[in-house]
Design a protein. Structure first.
Length: 174
C-alpha cells in the first residue's frame, strides 16, 4: 500500500497534523503494523515537495512548530487517478510453500505431511482472524474478511494438492 497516497486520502477529509494523520492511519490500516512517526513526516515532506499537499497553518508551542497539512488540487487529482486504477491481480506462480512441496516430493519425503502441517497453520490463523473479526469495527472486519478469503483459497489449493499427490499418475503405474 502506498503510504503517501493513503495520507492524501486521509487529508481529503480535511486538513490535519502529522500526529492526527498517524492516528487515523493506525486506526484504519495499521492493524498488523502501526505507522512510525518518522515515516509520516518524511512522507509528508515528499508530498509537500511534489506539490500534492501544502502547509495550511503552523502552530507554535513548547516544542517544535506543528504544521497542519491539506491536500492540493494536484493531490486530489493524483488520489483520484490512484483510486480509479485497478490493482494488478496477484497470482503468484512461485512461492515458498510450492518450493517446499516440490523439494519434499523430489527427495522422497512425505510431501503430504508438508501440506498437512501447512493446512493446520492456515486453520489456526483463520480461527485467530475470525475471533479478531468478531471484536472489530466494520471497516476492520473487511480487512479480516480479505485475509480469510485468501486463506480459504489457499486451503482449497492445499486440499487439491493432497488429492493429486495421493492419486498415482499413469507414469507412476509403469
Amino acid at each position: 500500500m502506498s503510504i503517501g497516497l493513503t495520507l492524501l486520502g486521509l487529508l481529503e477529509g480535511g486538513p490535519g497534523y502529522g500526529y492526527d494523520l498517524k492516528r487515523a492511519y493506525d486506526a484504519h490500516f495499521g492493524h498488523a503494523k502501526p505507522l512510525a512517526y518518522g515515516q509520516v513526516y518524511s512522507t509528508l515532506a515528499r508530498l509537500l515537495r511534489d506539490g500534492l499537499v501544502e502547509v495550511d497553518g503552523v502552530e507554535s508551542g513548547d516544542g517544535p512548530d506543528r504544521k497542519r497539512y491539506s491536500i492540493t488540487e494536484s493531490g486530489r487529482q493524483r488520489l483520484e487517478e490512484w483510486l480509479s486504477t485497478p490493482e494488478k491481480p496477484v497470482a503468484e506462480l512461485h512461492n515458498t510453500l510450492h518450493t517446499k512441496l516440490v523439494l519434499a516430493a523430489r527427495s522422497g519425503r512425505n510431501a503430504t505431511a508438508v501440506l498437512d502441517r501447512q493446512r493446520q497453520a492456515h486453520l489456526a490463523r483463520m480461527r485467530e482472524l475470525t475471533r479478531r473479526k468478531a471484536e472489530a469495527e466494520p471497516g476492520e472486519q473487511l480487512v479480516h474478511d480479505f485475509a480469510l478469503f485468501h486463506l480459504d483459497a489457499d486451503l482449497r489449493w492445499l486440499e487439491l494438492a493432497v488429492a493429486r499427490l495421493e492419486t498415482p499418475t499413469q507414469e507412476d503405474s509403469r
